[in-house]
Design a protein around this ligand. Structure first.
Ligand SMILES: *Cc1c(COP(=O)(O)O)cnc(C)c1O
Length: 371
């Protein structure tokens, strides 16, 4: 129910996070304690550069999920997972993580006053993410293995002991994450024609597709987007059709060889008439720099996989082949930018020339800047 907007009730204007905003579409009740950091409500930014690249019948928007409280979309799922864990009186949660899940789980566990256990692949997580899990006091264990190894350990532990699993295998994670598709539709006033996104463990593509289908069933939108997912070439199990034993990519958030939601990702692809393809680390780095230098949007490498994918498809003429919609209207493309660039500052510095050192005098500086 919409609350009254009377001036005497300033409280009613306050944003209360994704659960309160989309309560009617989520499995919560009046008994669910809502644990929130006011996640969601992220901007949908028009990209001049990418719109021009695609051509005159297209508009490209960037859903900047890096602006969530812990810097990634994982917060949408975590507010649900931790709220439900509290409802069930859990004392502890655990996850395996390439970094962002642990950052989010650690922060929301602090809000809830419960213990958070994190297993990360040793040496393979970005500095910003590790610092988050540690500063929020999670118990962090670096496993001498990759993400997939860490996930199987956590699955076994949470099956045997009273600890709640908060990876995206936890169905409440998917429920919370689907709110991003509602926001996109509410903002555009319709569903986009295409949605482009990175695919790692494949929970997010599953969540978006579920959200779009629900909005369609509720008649909030009259069409559905084609789902275009991108894996990194060195860790592209879905594209190659088999698990990858030693996945490799600079995009650590999607360095996953055996996605938990594999089947659901294929379902989203097939039902929507979309595709799941891959992009090289070189293409990811290019897109990463383009977003920062052309649109002023700083993302982590995994997020740039969506724009790398968009550029790859555009280069192949994928969008040109699309018939104009029957009304001749502009087609809308949304790229999901899953995490903030500050998560992985090392990568930014490595991909750009370091600053030039100059003498500490006016003449030297003026000479360099061309005045
Ligand atoms: C988790 C994550 C992904 C991958 O999402 P999946 O649901 O695992 O497919 C992509 N980008 C970032 C920044 C992430 O944190």
């Amino acid at each position: 129910m919409r609350k009254s907007h009377k001036a005497t009730k300033p409280q009613s204007h306050k944003y209360k996070g994704v659960i309160e905003r989309y309560r009617q579409y989520l499995p919560v009740s009046s008994k669910t304690p809502i644990v929130t950091l006011l996640e969601g409500n992220t901007p949908l930014i028009y990209s001049c550069y990418l719109s021009k690249t695609l051509g005159k019948n297209f508009e490209v928007y960037l859903k900047y999920e890096g602006l969530n409280p812990t810097g990634s979309f994982k917060d949408r799922g975590m507010t649900m997972a931790i709220s439900k864990a509290c409802e069930q009186k859990a004392k502890a949660v655990a996850c395996a993580s390439t970094g962002n899940t642990s950052a989010s789980a650690a922060a929301y566990s602090v809000r809830a006053g419960i213990k958070c256990i994190v297993l990360i692949p040793k040496g393979a997580i970005a500095l910003g993410k590790l610092s988050q899990a540690l500063i929020h006091n999670a118990q962090v264990l670096a496993v001498d293995g990759n993400f997939d190894d860490a996930l199987s350990l956590v699955r076994e532990i949470t099956e045997k002991y009273p600890i709640v699993l908060v990876n995206s295998l936890n169905p409440y994670r998917i429920e919370g994450q689907k709110t991003a598709s509602f926001e996109i539709c509410d903002c555009l006033g319709c569903a986009p024609d295409f949605q482009v996104m990175p695919v790692g463990n494949a929970g997010n593509i599953t969540a978006y597709w579920k959200g779009y289908k629900l909005y369609y069933a509720k008649k909030k939108i009259t069409g559905l987007p084609k789902m275009l997912g991108f894996q990194a070439a060195g860790s592209a199990p879905i594209v190659r059709g088999h698990p990858i034993k030693n996945p490799e990519t600079i995009a650590t958030a999607i360095r996953i060889g055996n996605p938990a939601s594999w089947k659901h990702a294929e379902q989203a692809r097939d039902e929507s008439g979309g595709l799941i393809d891959m992009v090289s680390d070189k293409e990811i780095t290019q897109a990463y720099k383009i977003l920062a230098a052309r649109d002023g949007v700083f993302v982590e490498p995994a997020s740039a996989a969506s724009v790398a994918g968009l550029l790859k498809l555009s280069g192949k003429g994928y969008f040109k082949q699309r018939p104009r919609s029957s009304t001749g209207r502009t087609q809308r493309v949304v790229c999901i930018l899953t995490g903030h660039g500050l998560k992985d500052p090392d990568r930014a510095i490595k991909s750009i020339k370091p600053p030039k050192t100059v003498k500490s005098n006016l003449k030297a500086v003026l000479k360099e800047i061309g005045y």
